[in-house]
Design a protein around this ligand. Structure first.
Ligand SMILES: C=CC1=C(C)c2cc3[nH]c(cc4nc(cc5[nH]c(cc1n2)c(C)c5CCC(=O)O)C(CCC(=O)O)=C4C)c(C)c3C=C
Ligand SMILES: [Fe+2]
Ligand SMILES: [Fe+2]
Length: 332
C-alpha cells in the first residue's frame, strides 16, 4: 500500500537582491559578505573594509550589472530557479503525490523559514535538502547548511533530515552537460574548443581542505571523456575573482585573453558550477569574458546556458531525490 507520508524537498541556492537597485544590492551583499564561510577574515579586519569601502562602492556598480540581466519577473537566479523547482515538482507528481518541493536561499528571500512554513502546512515530516551546487564547497554548500541549522536551533522539534553532499560526478549531470554542449555544437554547425569556467574561491580555502577544486576537476575530466575530447580540445578555468589574495587558477580572464594568440579563436564557454544562470554567467561570462576574448583577437565566442529548467536537469534532480528518499517512501 502506498505510504501517505509527505516528503519535503528543499532546494537551496545562494540568494540574490530583491531589486536591481543599489539599496537592495547593498542589503544583499552585506548579508552575503558578512558570512565567515564566504570571507573568513577576522571581523576586526574585514568589517571596516566591508562597511567602509565595499558596501559604499560596489552596490552602485553591481546594481547596473543586475539591471542588464534582470527579467520581467525578477532576478534570473530566482526566476529560473523557480522554473526548475516547478519542473521537479511536476515530474515527482507524475509518480506519486508524496513530495512537496520548496526553494530557499542562504541569503535573503525566500528563506528557510518560509519553506519550513510551507512544509508544516502540507504535513511534511521528512526533508531531503538538495543544495543546487554541483561541486561541494564550504563557501556555498556548507554555508547553506549553516543557515538551515541556525534556523533549526530555535526549533523544539526537528523533522527527519537527509543532507545531500554534491553531484559533481553524477552520470546524469555529466550527460546533461554533454547534451547541452552537443546541442550547441549542432545549432552552430561546428565543434569548438570548450572552456569550462567555474566560479573561483580563494586558493587558501582549498589548501585548508575545501574539496571544491577537486570536485570541479572531476566534473571537467568526466565531461571531456563523455564528449570524447582530447586534452587540447578543452580548458578548465576559474572566474569571479574577488579581492586581492590569490584565488584558484588558471584565471578565466587571463586564459581567455591569451587564447587567440595561440590559435584558439573560436570557442564555447560552459559554467558547470552554476545550476542556474545568474549575474555571474549572464554578465561576467557572456559579456565580460566574451569582450576580453574578442579584444585580444578572438573571433567567435558563445556561452552555453546553465542547465536551468531543461528536461535533463529535471531528470537529474528527480533521480537524486528518488534515490535519496527511497527508505522514507516505503516507511509505514
Ligand atoms: C567574496 C567571496 C566569494 C566566494 C568565496 C564565492 C563563492 C561562490 N559563489 C558561487 C555562486 C554565486 N556567486 C554569485 C555572486 C557573487 N559571488 C560573490 C563573491 C563570492 N562568491 C559576490 C560578491 C557576488 C555578487 C555579485 C558581485 O558583487 O560580483 C552568484 C550570483 C547571484 C545572483 O544574484 O545572480 C552565484 C550563483 C559559487 C558556486 C561559489 C563557490 C563555489
Ligand atoms: Fe559567488
Ligand atoms: Fe562576479
Amino acid at each position: 500500500m502506498a505510504s501517505s507520508k509527505k516528503i519535503g524537498v528543499l532546494l537551496m541556492n545562494l540568494g540574490t537582491p530583491e531589486a536591481p537597485t543599489p539599496e537592495a544590492v547593498r542589503k544583499y551583499l552585506k548579508e552575503f559578505l558578512s558570512d565567515r564561510r564566504v570571507v573568513d577574515l577576522s571581523p576586526i579586519l574585514w568589517k571596516p573594509i566591508l562597511n567602509g569601502i565595499i558596501l559604499n562602492l560596489r552596490p552602485r556598480k553591481v546594481a547596473k550589472v543586475y539591471q542588464q540581466v534582470w527579467m520581467d519577473e525578477g532576478s534570473p537566479l530566482l526566476v529560473l530557479g523557480n522554473r526548475l523547482r516547478d519542473g521537479v515538482q511536476n515530474a515527482l507528481d507524475q509518480l506519486e503525490d508524496q513530495y512537496v518541493v520548496a526553494s530557499a536561499m542562504t541569503y535573503g528571500t525566500p528563506n528557510v523559514e518560509s519553506a519550513a512554513n510551507q512544509f508544516r502546512r502540507e504535513g511534511v515530516s521528512h526533508i531531503f535538502v538538495l543544495p543546487m551546487y554541483p561541486q561541494f564547497s564550504g563557501t556555498t554548500t556548507a554555508a547553506a547548511y549553516d543557515r538551515l541549522m541556525n534556523s533549526l536551533a530555535k526549533c523544539p522539534d526537528w523533522p527527519t533530515l537527509n543532507l545531500y553532499h554534491d553531484y559533481a560526478d553524477h552520470p546524469l549531470y555529466i550527460q546533461a552537460l554533454a547534451k547541452s554542449v552537443t546541442r550547441q555544437w549542432e545549432a552552430q554547425g561546428e565543434k569548438r574548443h570548450l572552456v569550462l569556467s567555474y566560479h573561483g574561491i580563494p586558493k587558501r580555502y582549498v589548501t585548508n581542505g575545501d574539496p571544491y577544486a577537486r570536485r570541479c576537476e572531476k566534473t571537467s575530466a568526466l565531461l571531456a571523456t563523455q564528449l570524447g575530447l582530447n586534452e587540447d580540445e578543452w580548458t578548465h578555468v576559474y572566474q569571479s575573482r574577488f579581492g586581492r589574495e590569490e584565488w584558484l587558477q588558471p584565471y578565466a580572464d587571463k586564459t581567455l585573453a591569451s587564447m587567440p594568440a595561440s590559435g584558439l579563436k573560436r570557442i564555447n564557454v560552459i559554467s558547470p558550477a552554476f545550476s542556474i544562470d545568474c549575474i555571474e554567467t549572464l554578465e561576467e561570462v557572456t559579456l565580460e569574458l566574451g569582450d576580453e576574448f574578442k579584444h585580444n583577437g578572438g573571433e567567435v565566442f558563445d556561452y552555453i546556458p546553465a542547465l536551468n529548467d531543461t528536461s535533463e536537469h529535471i531528470a537529474l534532480y528527480k533521480d537524486i531525490i528518488l534515490e535519496n528518499t527511497v527508505a522514507w517512501r516505503d516507511e509505514p
